[in-house]
Design a protein around this ligand. Structure first.
Ligand code: ZN
Length: 277
């Protein structure tokens, strides 16, 4: 299985150039690039063409742009800004050859009915699908396992994707988000595996549902997530996409970036080897 590195893992102790060099050195196949902070920082002193030239000359490749955030249930003005951001991301993805754009649903304290959330997500994702169709870029919806995220379980996200029913719209399955709001293995069993575009691997301290936050993530295999259950289903269903390690732990930001990048790969590989993936 191909391995990717998500830049959240070294959010506070690295930058894009450093992540690229270290990921290449340690044998990652892909990188997920953060477009809200790490890419703009890189572009202060270089261009997208420089980045593309880098990818052309090395073994590591771009996997996804992270992320188009909070795209559903927005005001008209917010929605127009989201569409413009997405158009810019499509151009970026085209320039550097990134095959996916990750889309994250609205996180809010405002209460929306599930039906309103579903309707808005379907409508926006259909429009994004149309905009992306001239590009070689797919949209990966990432549900977030937190009570304030409007789409926070696999089953809710999958219903949206099913109704959108476009080849270029699928899911990110993040093991932390799957665990954090109690998504069920039987729901994963029901998923058409071709609709899972990217898997985020991670683990977490054992806090109850509703209390878990991204900062609780730990090295894969060292926490409470049933990675065996998740990966045995992915294996059985023939998942052959990329597995991307994504941690947000403040403790790990105090470590040297190379130590983190090395250990993230090692712990991920240990889990995947154990699962026979
Ligand atoms: Zn994720």
């Amino acid at each position: 299985m191909k391995l990717a590195f998500n830049q959240a893992t070294t959010l506070k102790n690295s930058n894009l150039s450093k992540d690229l060099n270290l990921c290449e050195k340690h044998g990652y196949d892909f990188i997920e690039i953060r477009t809200m902070d790490k890419l703009p920082e890189y572009l202060e002193t270089a261009s997208l063409e420089d980045l593309n030239n880098y990818f052309q000359s090395t073994t590591i490749k771009p996997l996804a742009l992270n992320a188009l955030v909070f795209f559903n249930n927005q005001s008209k003005e917010q929605y127009e800004a989201t569409i413009q951001t997405f158009k810019d991301m499509l151009e970026t993805a085209k320039t550097i050859g990134a095959p996916y754009i990750v889309a994250v649903p609205l996180v809010t304290k405002e209460k929306f009915l599930k039906s309103e959330i579903h309707k808005s997500c379907v409508s926006v994702l259909k429009e994004l699908s149309t905009l992306a169709s001239p590009y070689e870029v797919k949209i990966a919806l990432e549900f977030v396992g937190h009570p304030e995220c409007t789409v926070n379980t696999l089953s809710q996200a999958y219903k949206i994707i099913e109704e959108v029913n476009c080849d270029n719209v699928g899911l990110v399955l993040d093991c932390f988000h799957f665990h954090a709001m109690g998504s069920r293995l039987e729901d994963l069993q029901k998923v058409d595996i071709s609709k899972i575009f990217i898997v985020h691997i991670d683990d977490t301290e054992d806090f109850p549902i509703g209390f878990l936050t991204d900062e609780d993530r730990v090295w894969p295999g060292e926490g409470a997530i049933d990675l065996q259950g998740i990966f045995s289903i992915l294996k059985e269903k023939g998942y052959d996409g990329v597995v991307s390690v994504e941690l947000f732990r403040p403790d790990y930001y105090n470590l040297d970036a190379e130590v983190v990048i090395k250990k993230a790969k090692q712990t991920t590989n240990n889990v995947l080897t154990k699962m026979g993936v």
